[in-house]
Design a protein around this ligand. Structure first.
Ligand SMILES: [Zn+2]
Length: 131
């Protein structure tokens, strides 16, 4: 006995069951603009079970948190890349892309956040100085 088909997980549209020439069953979305399709399975019941499978709330929460963390990492990496490009494009000859500090600061360590803040301030000052 066939189970009831859930609506399409992508568009909410109505679904139908189909088969291929090899006799495998598959569930497809009727929305021609969506065209979502489940996996091919040996029987209608297995194809319907695969189509009806949905992520649990816990899985959705986990994936949402992972996506948010990845977006934060991407934003931080983008900022670092912009700093790198600024350094690369604004270094002066004959020391292109050579980062140094005056002798009186030899041996002094700078926190990465301080270096980032200095570069960001220099970029903003330079951008503000442009006509
Ligand atoms: Zn759909």
């Amino acid at each position: 006995m066939q189970s009831e088909l859930k609506p399409c997980a992508h568009c909410g549209g109505e679904a139908y069951i189909d088969d291929d020439t090899m006799g495998h069953s598959v569930v497809c979305c009727k929305n021609i603009e969506c065209r979502a399709q489940g996996p091919f399975r040996p029987t209608d019941d297995e194809a319907i079970a695969a189509w009806n499978a949905r992520a649990s709330d816990a899985e959705i929460t986990h994936l949402t948190e992972a996506l948010r963390a990845a977006e934060e990492r991407e934003t931080a990496l983008h900022s670092d890349a912009e700093r790198y490009h600024w350094l690369r494009d604004h270094s002066c000859p004959p020391h292109n892309f050579y980062i140094s500090v005056p002798d009186e600061f030899a041996g002094q360590r700078y926190a990465p956040d301080d270096v980032d803040a200095y570069i960001d301030a220099a970029r903003q000052a330079l951008a503000g100085a442009k006509p």
